[in-house]
Design a protein around this ligand. Structure first.
Ligand code: FAD
Length: 486
């Protein structure tokens, strides 16, 4: 069979990421899938993100509530909300799900990290549902999201863990044990009543579903931290305000309020009290690497705009002809390569871990069941029952080891802090060299700097991620514990 000629983006990617070229020799189909996904993101950038990015950034500064729904609708056409949903469930994530996802988010964020984060916020919100504890929601909530995407009506999601009194504290078990939480989930007949606030929730204003972590006993936060699935129409849920942010303005960070929000037992993901593993550490082990990819993409964007600026003649000469500019370009390229290498270390290790889930015979048998069976009342009741929860916990333990997850978290944290620090450094250097030049390219780089700065804060501050890496790889004081069947 004749191979399709490769597009411009694929050729660039194969040149810049040589590991893909060697993977291609053994698995041309798998790599073709990655290239297709990145080509798709590049087209979305060219036709939709790039023409709007500066305008949205400026508009949100004046009008903080503004959200570009048209752009979200365009993202549906490229299936960008399905990037992390496995193909067996109808999404785009194949056996190289983390690698394809990382390169896709790098590509999206090379145009605009705010727009990239608008898409990533939904992926992050959906992530707890992709753990075995989220199995009951695969054919209901995830299906609704995929159907919405097909129709061009985005069903957005958000991930809510941060509270006004606890940010860093909720992302690490030792800190959560002593956190002073404001929010609580009280057990009542048939479910839980959620009361309190979460803040800085990306996409929280527009999300139809939020995965929310809360303690059922604020005096024992670590032991009772639990993952809940909340629909925005549940009574008592509201969004009082959005933050005024310095960067990534295309994606709101919202404060969300819970006033006696009743969440049924069926919306608890996994077991009560397992939130630190299924709601935080397992999610972060997968998602912090992609934040590194966001940083890599921002640095690429900076470099592109910096080069365009440097090639323009002003006062009779071009900055690119000066050695100090040439050296800066070389340093930027080194920084981008270093970042991408760290992201790929994480994603390839992650694909080896999560790939096992997709090819496991039991998982295959579950995926092979017709949807009517999977949404039937007896099957759903089984998944929500003690036996169903025990089965999903056993399945997870059978397929993934705590050592693998812990190692993955270390690689993810390393990529997260190093790549986002690199992005800030690259943008800062470019701005210094561009001086007071007031042109369009400088506006882009200034926006990239602001976009980069916030990546150092979310998904665990870079200080926390350094401590996480240290604790796992050197101190030995942190381990990802998987839920045990009860
Ligand atoms: C743009 C943006 C988007 C976000 N999106 C989301 C989202 O979608 N969902 C969500 O739940 N949250 C989100 N957040 C919140 C984010 O996760 C928190 O801001 C972050 O965890 C830090 O918490 P904090 O702001 O309370 O800072 P704090 O925890 O108060 O930290 C303040 C400073 O102290 C340092 N520090 C704190 N504790 C320690 C320690 N023990 N050792 C060393 N240093 C420490 C921190 O590193 C930081 O420098 C977002 C934040 C931003 C800025």
């Amino acid at each position: 069979m004749r191979e399709e000629p490769l597009g411009e983006v694929s050729l660039r990617l194969l040149r810049e990421v040589p590991v893909l070229e060697s993977m291609r020799k053994h698995d041309p189909g798998g790599v073709a899938e990655i290239l297709r996904i990145v080509e798709n993101c590049a087209e979305f950038n060219r036709l939709h993100a790039e023409p709007k990015a500066l305008e949205i950034d400026e508009r949100v500064e004046m009008e903080p509530d503004y959200f570009d729904w048209d752009l979200a609708r365009s993202a549906c056409r490229y299936r960008l909300f399905s990037l992390v949903i496995p193909t067996v469930l109808g999404g785009l994530a194949g056996k190289y799900m983390l690698t394809a996802g990382a390169l896709a988010f790098e590509e999206l964020c090379s145009a605009c990290a705010g727009i990239g984060n608008m898409i990533a916020a939904t992926s992050l919100g959906a992530s707890p549902m992709l753990t075995p504890g989220g199995m009951p929601h695969w054919d209901t909530v995830l299906h609704e999201m995929l159907e919405g995407e097909k129709k061009g009506e985005p069903v957005l999601m958000a991930y809510a863990i941060t509270e006004p009194s606890a940010g860093t504290d909720v992302e690490e078990p030792h800190f959560l044990a002593h956190a002073r939480l404001g929010m609580e989930a009280r057990k009542v007949k048939g479910g839980y009543l959620l009361n309190g606030r979460k803040c800085f929730i990306s996409g929280g204003k527009e999300a139809r579903y939020l995965t929310v972590c809360a303690a059922t006993d604020r005096n024992r936060p670590l032991e009772t931290w639990t993952v809940f699935l909340v629909h925005r129409d549940m009574e008592g849920f509201s969004v009082p305000r959005v933050e005024r942010k310095m960067g990534q303005r295309a994606c709101h960070a919202a404060e969300v309020l819970f006033e006696n929000v009743f969440v049924p037992d069926t919306n608890v993901m996994g077991y009560e009290g397992d939130g630190m593993s299924t709601g935080i550490l397992m999610i972060m082990a997968a998602s912090r690497g992609p934040v590194g990819a966001v940083g890599t993409g921002i640095a690429r964007g900076v470099c592109r705009h910096f080069l365009a600026w440097a090639r323009t003649r002003r006062n009779g000469s071009r900055p690119i002809d000066e050695p100090r500019i040439q050296m800066a370009v070389a340093d930027m390229a080194a920084s981008i390569q270093e970042s991408r290498g760290l992201v790929l270390n994480h994603s390839l290790a992650g694909d080896a871990v999560f790939g096992k889930l997709l090819v496991n015979p039991l998982m295959k048998a579950i995926f092979a069941l017709p949807r009517e069976v999977r949404i039937s009342r007896p099957y759903q009741s089984f998944l929500h029952s003690r036996h169903g929860k025990a089965m999903s916990a056993r399945l997870l333990r059978m397929l993934v080891s705590e050592d693998d997850m812990t190692r993955l978290l270390a690689l993810a944290s390393l990529a997260k802090f190093a790549c986002t620090d690199n992005a800030v450094a690259v943008a800062s250097r470019a701005l210094e060299l561009m001086g007071t030049d007031g042109g369009e390219e400088r506006r882009w780089v200034e926006k990239c700097y602001r976009d980069a700065k916030v990546t150092q804060i979310y998904e665990g501050t870079n200080q926390l991620n350094r401590l996480t890496y240290y604790e796992i790889e050197v101190g030995g004081g942190l381990r990802v514990e998987l839920p045990s069947p009860r």
